[in-house]
Design a protein around this ligand. Structure first.
Ligand code: PGA
Length: 234
């Protein structure tokens, strides 16, 4: 399996022009890299424009994902966006249960579980963010083994998110193995939290993750492409 590198742009950049610029610089930078799957998760509002850019001539193999979804397909849910809509607009992936959603928007594991089910039902690949074994177990509660195989897990220790203080390789490796023990050898597990061009390779080579979820560094195209290049050389 190719390593996955996921860019979580969060609520950035502030303008559509800058979103297009960032996307296109990354697209160019990874054009010849075939052995890494790169997924960009911009704010919802930029998805349709970036989709057009992704499929335009010179498509460099970037896939699109969203940072959240709602669990119903349609209806009276003001301000929400469904998995169905995201699939329709060209998303392949959706991040579910990011720690910022849990913290600022009070998302619980029950809500996360519903979102995962909706994403799976709509053929979107969920990336479930967790910072503990408890969140893995509660998030996946009642989901069949067959369906769980389609879910990517991202281990993101809260202390490492946006702080510049990444998790130690040994602790990350330990969590990776603990999650793998629950989900099976073939599980796809990523690391996220202050990943940069210096530490990226180690999380894959030494801590044996299948990829990375990148926030801050994904907003700097030079750094982000550097990370992808390093991973492609493993
Ligand atoms: P960071 O964010 O890379 O800026 O630490 C990671 C994330 O929140 O997914």
């Amino acid at each position: 399996m190719k390593p996955l590198i996921i860019a979580n742009w969060k609520m950035n950049p502030q303008t559509l022009t800058n979103a297009k610029k960032l996307f296109n610089v990354v697209k160019k930078g990874v054009k010849n890299i075939k052995n890494v799957e790169v997924i960009i998760c911009p704010p919802f509002i930029y998805l349709p424009t970036l989709r057009a850019s992704a499929f335009a001539k010179g498509y460099g193999g970037l896939a699109l994902g969203s940072q959240n979804c709602f669990w119903e397909d349609e209806g009276a849910f003001t301000g929400e966006i469904s998995s169905f809509m995201l699939k329709n607009i060209g998303c392949k992936y959706v991040i579910v249960g990011h720690s910022e959603r849990r913290r600022y928007f009070k998302e619980t594991c029950v809500m996360v579980n519903k979102k995962l089910r909706a994403a799976l039902a709509n053929n979107l690949k969920p990336i479930l963010c967790v910072d503990s074994i408890n969140q893995v177990k509660r998030g996946l509660k009642g989901i069949s083994k067959k369906e769980i195989k389609k879910i990517v897990i991202a281990y993101e220790p809260i202390f490492a998110i946006g702080t510049g203080k990444a998790c130690s390789i040994s602790k990350a490796k330990e969590m990776n193995f603990s999650i793998r023990k629950i989900l099976g050898e073939t599980a796809t597990i990523l690391y996220g939290g202050s990943v940069n061009p210096k530490n990226a390779k180690d999380f894959i080579e030494k801590a044996q993750f299948q990829g990375l979820l990148i926030g801050g560094a994904s907003l700097n195209p030079k750094e982000f492409v550097k990370i992808i290049k390093k991973v492609s050389q493993i």
